[in-house]
Design a protein around this ligand. Structure first.
Ligand SMILES: NC(=O)c1ccc[n+]([C@@H]2O[C@H](COP(=O)([O-])OP(=O)(O)OC[C@H]3O[C@@H](n4cnc5c(N)ncnc54)[C@H](OP(=O)(O)O)[C@@H]3O)[C@@H](O)[C@H]2O)c1
Length: 283
């Protein structure tokens, strides 16, 4: 039986903004994560691929704040897909995070590489292992990262436990509207990776104009756009000032006409990553 209700309710507890941890421990220490906790973040997005799981665990322990007050999302890397490999990779994730459950666990990409012709079978075997951990209470919500609608359909049509969360690249200039609408219709919580496009959109004339109009920064315009589109942003930042500035995007509103202008601006700032293409190097 599909278990959409309980997971969807669970996602309603997530904060409106999470903290991205890709490259968030450049000096192999917990400093940036501890700073983010101090700034007020309680939702941390990580992945085995990022190497930041253990730093999140250490920073949470050092904070003295209870584990239950945090939300931790991690992801299964491409080379760990398949029933048995997922089992061991997930156990490793729990060990690194020094916890007995994660709040969200996602498949990072729908296939290990473009030559993988039986990716549908592989995704289903991976999902079956994740469902078992979910049913055992080790994962609170299951998720898909970088799954386009036809990848997600394979899971949704064959699963016992529905996905709760879908993570996609999303920012002004790259909104993947078809995929976003697909997940919206299914009531699956959307999350934006690279919500500031790693700085690639901050010099755009519309973003600059709106930053002036709303007495905000370009980064805040990007994050506020995500929030108003119902896509939870996961910004990464290094300084406490930027971390706080990003949280302050909760405190103003962009009017409907300007949101429409942002939705319809020319394509800009794509990362070069796409589940069905070789990576494009963007300078
Ligand atoms: N599922 C996936 O495949 C996937 C892929 C990529 C990312 N993600 C997740 O999404 C998170 C965020 O994405 P991202 O790190 O690629 O990009 P991002 O959050 O869009 O951008 C991060 C960059 O923006 C800068 N920045 C942050 N706040 C700023 C501000 N207020 N003003 C000016 N610059 C600011 C940061 O600089 P400083 O650090 O120097 O402050 C950093 O260089 C990742 O950390 C990861 O958790 C997931």
């Amino acid at each position: 039986m599909k278990n959409m209700f309980s997971q969807t309710s669970y996602a309603k507890n997530f904060p409106a903004i999470g903290f991205g941890t890709y490259k968030a421990a450049p000096d192999e220490n917990i400093e940036i994560i501890s700073r983010a906790i101090e700034a007020g973040y309680r939702y941390f997005d990580t992945a085995s691929f990022y190497g930041t799981e253990k730093f999140i665990a250490e920073a949470i322990e050092k904070s003295g704040i209870k584990r239950e007050e945090f939300f931790i999302a991690s992801k299964l890397w491409k080379t760990d897909m398949g029933y048995e490999k997922t089992q061991s990779a997930f156990k490793k994730t729990l060990e690194e995070l020094n916890t007995d459950y994660v709040d969200v666990f996602m498949i990072h990409w729908p296939r290990p590489d473009l030559t993988q012709s039986d990716w549908k079978k592989l995704d289903l075997e991976t999902w079956r292992a994740m469902e078992e951990f979910y049913l055992a209470g080790k994962i609170r919500a299951l998720g898909l990262s970088n799954f386009l609608p036809y990848h997600a359909d394979n899971i949704i049509k064959n699963c016992k436990v529905m996905p709760t969360v879908a993570q996609l690249e999303f920012h002004p200039g790259y909104t993947q509207t078809f995929a976003i609408n697909y997940y919206r219709e299914k009531n699956i919580l959307l999350q934006a990776w690279s919500p500031i496009a790693r700085g690639r959109v901050v010099n755009d004339e519309l973003i600059i104009e709106l930053a002036k109009k709303y007495h905000a920064t370009a980064a805040q315009i990007c994050l506020r756009f995500c929030i108003q589109e119902g896509v939870m942003p996961l910004p990464k930042a290094s300084t406490i000032e930027r971390m706080k500035e990003n949280l302050e995007s909760l405190n103003f509103e962009i009017d409907a006409e300007d949101i429409s202008r942002l939705e319809n601006m020319p394509p800009l700032g794509w990362s070069g990553e796409h589940p069905d293409r070789e990576r494009v190097k963007i300078s």
